[in-house]
Design a protein around this ligand. Structure first.
Ligand SMILES: Cc1ncc(COP(=O)(O)O)c(C=O)c1O
Length: 408
């Protein structure tokens, strides 16, 4: 019914992933004259969007809204909110009160607002590295300091370090914790027990929790996700929970997310901060149309996409096991971002990056973006047609053989 194997050329569509590369000053277009940019050359497996066409119902809804011809300031209707709340009730057994939703133009801006709303300059904000790197900027922009409760890593498996969490949260300067759930880049889905323990330690020390659940619908078959909002009320009602349809349905450019803040005083402070930093109260009408359609009609597409993605995961893991000895792939439970440990290849991190881009012609997210613990690691985005994934893996093997890192 949906052809996830179709290769859609995204080059020339102003795609950050395919037309640009990252620089310290933001994305910069690949030089069109640069031979690296040509057909069949650099394969983009970095930034987190998918190379799949989105569900037909979403495209139709956006076209219908576009046909109206006027794109004025817009707000979320009751029908939009109902689509959102029904989705979370149906998919995650999480009952959200419409009044608790605050809309922002993305989850990253939502994190910036939260740091500004709930921290004083000089406070410390806890994260669990290696972790999605824009968390660091949100903390620093709010004049705060990053404290990491580093994840424990054993043979590819990641776990939370609760003893360290307890110690870090005991510091009165730590006032906020940003939880990544499911976790980007390590691919873990935290269990209800882990989340409860995390939440209880934070709560005991008066540390407010922001749960970034943007990947919460990207749960591979056989896995289950526990939204923070379904934990005991003492935890869930004190948290700021970031949700979005943008990762789920490949709508990242539509920039609209739903932030759930149950506590009325926190919500008021958060909204006031948004106004103070200049966030426009108007929403994007095309985003409203597309996201409402996604939440109303997107189940089948999402379920089919997750099955396809799981086959990509299997291909990736099997290939590494068989053809790239020494690599350690963290088991992917959720997200489409797969985290690979290349340390046994005994390259410097710079040489590993060069091998990926200049020799294998793969553009990835380099591990050190996520913190020093990512040295020797790379993050692959596997939400692409299988033929592209296979091509990427074959290239990597060819280079590793040529370099005599793995046997021919
Ligand atoms: C954990 C996490 N949070 C937020 C985002 C981006 O959110 P947005 O595009 O809504 O700002 C991403 C994108 O990769 C992500 O992985």
């Amino acid at each position: 019914m949906y052809d996830f194997g179709e290769v859609i050329d995204r080059r020339g569509s102003d795609s950050t992933k395919w037309d640009y590369r990252a620089t310290p000053n933001g994305p910069q277009r690949w030089d069109a004259a640069n031979p690296e940019h040509g057909e069949d050359q650099v394969l983009a497996m970095w930034v987190a969007d998918m190379d799949f066409r989105c569900a037909p119902g979403i495209i139709d809804a956006i076209k219908k809204r576009a046909d109206h011809g006027i794109f004025g300031y817009s707000a979320a209707s009751e029908s939009f909110d109902k689509a959102v709340t029904q989705w979370f009730a149906k998919r995650h057994d999480w009952q959200i009160d419409r009044e608790h939703i605050v809309r922002t133009a993305g989850v990253v801006p939502a994190l910036h607002f939260a740091v500004r709303a709930f921290c004083q300059a000089g406070d410390k904000v806890l994260v669990q590295r290696p972790v999605y790197y824009p968390f660091f900027r949100a903390i620093k922009n709010g004049g705060c300091e990053i404290v990491s409760n580093d994840l424990i890593y054993v043979d590819g498996h990641y776990a939370m370090d609760f003893d360290d969490l307890e110690r870090k949260c005991a510091d009165p300067a730590v006032t906020l914790a940003i939880l990544c759930s499911p976790h980007n880049p390590v691919g873990r889905i935290w269990t209800a027990a882990e989340l409860t323990r995390f939440g209880e330690i934070c709560s005991k020390h008066g540390v407010r929790v922001i749960a970034d659940e943007i990947h919460g619908d990207l749960i591979l078959p056989g896995q289950s996700f526990c939204p923070y909002g379904t934990l005991a009320p003492a935890l869930s009602e004190a948290a700021i929970i970031c949700t979005a349809a943008t990762k789920t349905f490949n709508l990242a450019g539509l920039h609209l997310s739903n932030i759930v803040i149950a506590n009325a005083a926190d919500r008021a402070l958060y909204k006031q901060t948004m106004v103070e930093v200049g966030m426009s109260p108007g929403l994007d009408p095309l985003a409203l149309a597309g996201i409402e359609a996604a939440y109303r009609q997107g189940d089948d597409w999402l379920d089919a996409m997750l099955v396809y993605l799981d086959d990509n995961r299997r291909l990736f893991e099997d290939f590494c096991l068989t053809h790239l000895p020494g690599t350690v792939v963290s088991p992917l439970q959720g997200t489409y971002l797969i985290w690979v440990d290349f340390r046994s290849w005994q390259l410097t991190h710079e040489d590993l990056d060069a091998l990926m881009l200049e020799e294998a012609k793969l553009y990835l997210d380099t591990g050190t973006l996520f913190g020093d613990l990512g040295s020797g690691f790379q993050r692959f985005n596997i939400a692409c047609p299988r033929s592209i994934l296979q091509k990427a893996l074959d290239r990597l093997r060819q280079v590793a053989v040529a370099r005599k890192i793995v046997p021919a």
